[in-house]
Ligand binder design. Sequence first.
Ligand code: SAH
Length: 251
Amino acid sequence: MHKFFVNSENINYSNNKILIEGEDVNHITKVLRLRSKDRILICDGKGNEHVCTIESFNKKEVLCTIEEKFQNKTEPDIKISLFQALPKSQKMDLIVQKSVEIGVCNIYTVITKRVVADIGSKDISNKIERWRRISMEAAKQSNRGMIPMVIEPIDFKRAVEELKKMDIAFVPYENEKSIGFKNVLHQKNNIKNVGIFIGPEGGFEEEEIKLCIENGIHPVTLGPRILRTETAGFVASTIVLYELSDMGGSK
Ligand code: SAH
């Protein structure tokens, strides 16, 4: 079933109707060619899912009737925030898409010392818009219960401040040879928010790692092979969801 996200204000439980507006209208009526009585899944991005039938539509809106309401079951109980040092070219497109599929909740873009990506202001606002669109498409496709946020570039210091707010935070570092996620994750109970900080193509400077450590961010290995920056975040977030949440089968 095709999935769409709407704001809570578009859901009217007193008459069981949901109104879809904006770009999805064209997608539903022109691209997918859905018609009255066709069924779609509508999510409010806050954990409420609705199986609906299309009632009527025009160029501006699609009106749907709620057939069944249920709680979303696809969101992990661990919220991962990925702090990704901005990579070159189009790599961030892939990082956003795959991170959303895997189950990451927030994607922060970070400017670290060795970031070489071009971040001219006009360029970057277009890119952020594009990444947000990719996040939404991936969220629909992978049946997420929310659309993960993509946050505009922050500097290293801000990233560390944000990482400190997490229950636990990691900085995968290729020079850390022995301590891994497994060793650190199980030393603490009641972890809900996990931060993961991934370096750019050229990696982190030693000074940056030192600052991370001083702020309680754990350097960890992802194994003896060097992963590309776009691979490292996928692997790290998968490990966290495998160890603590819903990727390793039933608990
Ligand atoms: N500086 C290195 C590799 C950078 S890889 C070089 O140029 O050879 C980009 C980022 O991916 C790193 O900053 C780190 O966060 C992560 N990463 C890649 N491979 C890793 C590994 N084996 N262990 C831990 N982190 C890794």
